[in-house]
Design a protein around this ligand. Structure first.
Ligand code: HAM
Length: 429
């Protein structure tokens, strides 16, 4: 036998054990995005490296050390996308979607960052992204944040809290940056290596330091909130009022600066204490300068992305489902002619009840073995067809999750009964 080929570090196979949570999240999110007027776009995984350098910023961890970048056969430098916002803006510009119009778009899929893998942090991970382009007012920020709060509600997730901050505009930030640099320079001997490296290039990121030894210096640093321009202050105030009106709780975290350079004004992060070190489950903010930075006209925009793996883990922790059901109805047939009839019945049931998972027992086996499979699949009903049923033109319906008796029915009666029982629901998972 030849040697097995291992997977790439930090890149996971997503298997059956989390399938119900993935499905639930994707279903709930797609429904909500639609309800808020967002349409889906599907974008390439590969972009020109320049796109991320110019948007995320040359001095960020992502661009400095985490991108999967390679030279294409024609010499172009390409990068597997580390995030989707830059791609969404690029796609809008490539397709002329921002000419005198606004866009509310969502997209989902894998992102790639060569971070140090650990629980909740992967080199291939998945995001759901929502982006509103062409909207300058605080209502857009507040609506997007409210949308995320609604998503947790619909998913039944309660262990998350919201942190918000305002980064102001580049002009006010430059003045603040100088003050901050002076402050940290006066404490240079107390800075750790990472912070010293950031001091000249990206001092705001020092505020983000997780090093306990740095906390007192960071706490005493000048605050961005005291250096905001008047318009950014008013914008932030309005966002907070709208969130108050909507009943969305938040705390203001003056140290929330985010790891991507394109943000202006509002930034926010939903965090949880349930996932250890990887506490951010959904983050975003306003990026009013990005479209122009990428060659378009000045266009305000705001958006967020959630980490699917992290939300799925929260759902898994909060759900008590022991088995992940893969079937609602299991069609178990014994004998050649019964299998032929059952095969057609399964198709008829799927056509009648598009939301139900109707599984036909593909592996020929005795009835007992097939019913065991039905149990393992978590099915609520077995539809049994043996020689007797076949001869009578009927089926036997066996409820698997209750003590209700087994009964003989025609296919039409079965359909009527399932309909009466309200059985065309998507699985609750
Ligand atoms: P981000 O904070 O880099 O923002 O990522 C968004 C979310 O993706 C994080 O809150 C986290 O849940 C998840 N995430 C990030 N890195 C990893 C990883 N290595 N493994 C697992 N999950 C991860 C952005 O990407 C921005 N594009 C968000 C945005 C959209 N801003 C405006 N619009």
């Amino acid at each position: 036998m030849s040697k097995l080929i291992p997977p790439v570090r930090g890149m996971n196979d997503i298997l059956l054990d989390t399938a119900p949570q993935w499905e639930k999240l994707e279903r709930c999110a797609a429904r909500l995005f639609r309800a808020y007027g967002y349409t889906q776009v599907r974008l390439p995984l590969l972009e020109r490296t320049e796109l991320f350098k110019r948007s995320i910023g040359e001095l960020t961890d992502i661009v400095e050390k985490e991108m999967y970048t390679f030279e294409d056969r024609n010499g172009d430098s390409l990068t597997l996308r580390p995030e989707a916002t830059a791609s969404v803006v690029r796609a809008c510009l490539s397709n002329g979607l921002l000419h005198n119009q606004q866009q509310k778009l969502w997209t989902a899929g894998p992102m790639f960052r060569r971070e140090k893998p650990q629980k909740g942090r992967y080199r291939q991970f998945h995001q759901l992204n929502v982006e509103a382009l062409g909207y300058a007012d605080a209502e857009a920020d507040a609506e997007l944040i409210t949308l995320s709060a609604r998503l947790w509600q619909d998913l039944g997730i309660s262990h998350v809290s919201l942190e918000i901050n305002s980064l102001g505009v580049p002009e006010s930030r430059t003045a603040y940056r100088e003050k901050l640099t002076d402050y940290f320079r006066s404490h240079e001997s107390e800075l750790d290596e990472d912070s010293r490296r950031r001091l000249e290039r990206n001092p705001l990121r020092i505020l983000d330091s997780k090093n306990p030894a740095m906390q007192s210096i960071v706490a005493a640093a000048p605050q961005l909130a005291d250096h905001l321009d008047a318009e950014s202050s008013a914008h932030f105030q309005r966002v907070r009022e709208l969130l108050d009106d909507a009943g969305v709780d938040y705390v203001i975290n003056p140290r929330l600066v985010r790891g991507l350079d394109y943000y202006t004004r509002t930034v926010f992060e939903w965090v949880t204490d349930r996932l250890g070190a990887q506490s951010a489950v959904c983050s975003g903010g306003r990026y009013d300068g990005l479209v122009a930075q990428l060659g378009g006209r000045d266009t305000p925009a705001v958006g967020w992305a959630l980490g699917i793996e992290r939300i799925v883990e929260l759902l898994r922790l909060e759900s008590d489902d022991a088995v992940a059901a893969t079937a609602d109805i299991f069609v178990a047939c014994v004998g050649d002619s019964a299998r032929r009839v059952g095969f057609a019945h399964a198709a008829a049931l799927r056509a009648e009840f598009p939301e139900l998972r109707v599984v036909f027992g593909l592996m020929p086996a005795g009835l007992k073995a097939q019913l065991r499979r039905a149990d393992r699949a978590g099915a609520r009903y077995a539809v049994i067809i043996g020689e007797d049923e076949c001869a009578a033109g009927e089926i036997s319906l066996k409820p698997l999750l209750s003590d209700d008796p087994q009964r003989r029915l025609t296919l039409a009666q079965l359909i009527a009964l399932l309909r009466e029982a309200g059985e065309n629901q998507a699985p609750a998972s």
